[in-house]
Design a protein around this ligand. Structure first.
Ligand code: NAD
Length: 469
């Protein structure tokens, strides 16, 4: 559905009115177009002394062809950054005259005590005003639970407060994220930095990503524009909405798509499959024999590489008014079925070793929602399914992650009454809803063969929604 207010707020007359009344001013967000560079502008990098990831960072910056500048505040950091050839120039503490940058990257891995946190202050104090619209901020730290001392764990944990506050301060479509990288997993950062620094992550903000040791070999794609080349990807609920966008992004990224939806949606499903040169499977995933049917279909296809559990339903009622079958139906389709399908595909080997499972949760599952106890149970359950199966599937080299969309412009959200819809749309750091493609891009990041270091994550695609923040 079209967001008329966004167009109005960016028209000459609308902009004046919006400013005068102090109303939210959403800017059109930049979205990825094939062929464009990862970062459309300069990356300004800073760090604390004792950094532990500079070589890995230098490798990624070279690989993405970024133009990099070093923030010159911390002399020890600069010395090491220069040694590894991380940066090609310096950015003075007074700011380069008028120079704006597209991304800020702060390497906080060296922080081991809260008394050192002024390194964060100085970097962001000096640079926050220099970030371009749709700019990106990425802070890189160590997972607190893996730190050797409570002091180090505490200062690393404090980074969450910084990234979430920056997400709210930056405005103009800029985002801020925190990446915790485990010791020894530095070489797995590339797919995550490519996603978070690019226009692909336009509606993802204030998220905490954990990059760990890879569950299988990290395979850098021969062509980063087609990371899924040769991969067979099943997308459920693919006849429309977010599922159709996921199928499209997977195909754009090189995958052979198998689009699945209920038999009643056959027409739309066939259209999607035909457009993408993929296959269609008309199947109700809630049926008892669905897992076996999928195992058979995958085997007949030589095995699948990626499963995207997007199909989902709502049957809203307050719990006092809800009939039991509506509870059962929603929990079955959105959760129990997916558990059964995963077990069947993983145990049978129909999902190949090195495979990927990507699930779709919801901010309702994280924050709860009036009239959605059944849905929130199912979507919070998805977060649990991801968290608790991650170590088990890792033994087979399979990753499992989830995205939790916020307000996404689809038929589902177009049906929400006007006042509630407007609140959902504006109550986030972007002051607008996301597009189905924004969810699809996040799924593409998890699905990539280069994302073997990512498992057990649930990442919100919600523009830093205030709901459940
Ligand atoms: P949608 O209703 O437009 O699409 C869902 C698709 O799943 C439909 O094509 C439907 O036919 C299919 N489906 C439902 N039950 C099925 C079954 N038993 N077997 C096979 N296919 C089945 O919804 P959407 O807005 O595109 O949502 C997609 C996913 O994103 C859902 O899991 C939803 O819960 C989640 N989500 C959406 C939003 C949003 O703002 N739209 C927000 C948070 C989460």
């Amino acid at each position: 559905m079209k967001d008329g207010y966004l167009d109005f707020a960016n028209s000459p007359m609308g902009a004046k009115l919006v400013n005068a009344l102090g109303l939210p001013k959403p800017l059109p967000l930049e979205r990825y177009k094939p062929g464009q560079p990862v970062v459309q502008g300069t990356v300004l990098i800073g760090g604390s002394a004792d950094s532990q990831i500079l070589e890995a960072l230098a490798t990624v910056m070279k690989s993405i062809g970024a133009q990099t500048l070093a923030h010159e505040r911390v002399p020890q950091w600069i010395a090491t950054a220069n040694k590894v050839g991380l940066t090609t120039g310096r950015w003075g503490t007074q700011g380069q005259a008028g120079e704006k940058v597209k991304a800020l990257v702060f390497d906080a891995t060296g922080l081991s005590d809260s008394t050192q946190s002024d390194a964060l202050y100085w970097f962001f104090h000096d640079t926050a005003r220099s970030v371009l619209p749709s700019g990106r901020v990425v802070i890189i730290g160590r997972p607190p639970e893996e730190c050797s001392s409570p002091r180090k764990a505490t200062v690393q944990r404090s980074l969450e407060g910084l990234s979430r506050s920056l997400g709210k301060e930056l405005k103009k479509g800029a985002t801020a994220q925190l990446v915790y990288v485990s010791e020894g997993a530095e070489a797995n950062l590339e797919s995550t930095l490519r996603f978070l620094l690019s226009a692909r992550s336009t509606y993802v903000s204030a998220q905490v990503v954990r990059v760990g040791k890879p569950v299988s070999d990290v395979v850098a794609p021969a062509d980063w524009a087609k990371p899924l080349a040769g991969k067979k990807v099943l997308v459920t609920g693919a006849s429309r909405g977010i599922g159709a966008a996921i199928a499209e992004v997977m195909a754009r990224d090189g995958a052979d798509v198998i689009a699945l939806d209920v038999p009643q949606a056959q027409e739309g499903l066939n259209e999607v499959a035909k457009k993408l040169g993929g296959k269609a499977i008309a199947l109700d995933i809630g049926a008892a024999d669905a897992p076996q049917k999928l195992v058979d279909a995958a085997r007949a296809d030589g095995g699948w590489d990626v499963i995207v559990h997007n199909a989902g339903i709502t049957r809203d009622k307050t719990i006092a008014n809800m009939k039991e079958h509506l509870w059962q139906l929603v929990v079955n389709v959105n959760l129990s079925t997916q558990e059964r399908i995963n077990d069947a595909l993983v145990e049978s080997g129909a999902l190949k070793a090195g495979g990927r499972i990507v699930c779709v949760s919801s901010i309702s599952g994280l924050a709860g929602n009036m009239g959605q106890t059944n849905y929130a149970v199912s979507k919070a359950g998805v977060v649990g399914m991801v968290q608790f199966n991650a170590p088990i599937y890792a033994q087979k080299g399979i990753t499992i992650n989830a995205v939790a969309p916020g307000f996404i412009e689809t038929a589902m959200t177009a049906a929400i009454p006007f006042a509630i819809r407007e609140a959902g749309r504006r109550m986030n750091s972007m002051s607008q809803g996301g597009q189905p493609v924004d969810v699809a891009e996040a799924i593409g990041w998890f699905a990539s063969p280069a994302s073997s270091g990512l498992t057990g994550n649930t990442i919100r695609v919600c523009g830093q929604s205030l709901i459940g923040a």
